[in-house]
Design a protein around this ligand. Structure first.
Ligand SMILES: [Zn+2]
Length: 205
């Protein structure tokens, strides 16, 4: 039984991003050696995270509260919504301290390969917020990857009928670069120097 518990631990750790079977075995042995100081505390923390961390029904951020702390903050600017791919992109923007509006977290990008479609990105939820709230600008802060760009174009087209101003980060980023790898200064500069996106596909062609 003991051996199976260890095998299960290794098998689960190996599912984590960046951990293959070998590093999963090392991590499992390390956890067993640090049974009280690390393994038991991790078990408690995992349970708490599973019970408490929720996706914000409004923006897709992660928090114990719904709406999340950003959606609930009265001092933030309702007129700007920044669209990001993942919650760690939101974290990167918050670390940079340059954005004081609200967010929409896509949770991914449009991808034919992974079968990820518009319905998975909450685009209708974004359109509803733009229609209902006092939103004057939507900032597309998707990554400089092919999927990130495709997603940004798609969202810009869907937003075009609303008349809201749509801007993109000035990507001084490496091609294929992802937002959360940028240092705070670069990210802040990319946000400050954001550019309007033409309102229709025809204008862009
Ligand atoms: Zn939220």
């Amino acid at each position: 039984m003991a051996a199976r518990a260890l095998d299960d631990l290794i098998a689960l750790l190996a599912k984590l991003p960046g951990l293959g079977p070998r590093s999963a075995r090392r991590a499992a042995l390390h956890l067993i050696k640090q049974r009280e100081t690390l393994l038991r505390r991790l078990a408690v923390t995992l349970t708490e995270a599973a019970d408490q961390v929720r996706k914000c029904s409004r923006c897709g951020n992660l928090d114990a509260a719904d709406p999340c702390w950003i959606c609930a903050a009265p001092e933030r600017d309702d007129r700007q919504i920044c669209v990001v791919e993942e919650v760690d992109d939101l974290w990167a923007l918050e670390r940079s301290g340059v954005f004081r509006g609200r967010y929409h977290v896509l949770g991914g990008t449009l991808s034919a390969i992974d079968g990820y479609g518009p319905q998975d990105l909450g685009i209708d939820r974004l359109l509803a917020r733009v229609a209902a709230d006092r939103v004057s600008e939507v900032i597309l802060a998707t990554s400089a990857t092919v999927d990130g760009q495709t997603t940004a174009h798609y969202i810009a087209d869907r937003l075009a009928p609303s008349g809201v101003v749509v801007t993109r980060l000035a990507h001084g980023l490496p091609v294929g670069g992802e937002l959360n790898y940028l240092d705070d200064g670069t990210l802040g500069a990319a946000l400050e120097a954001r550019r309007p996106v033409p309102s229709t596909a025809a204008e862009r062609a």
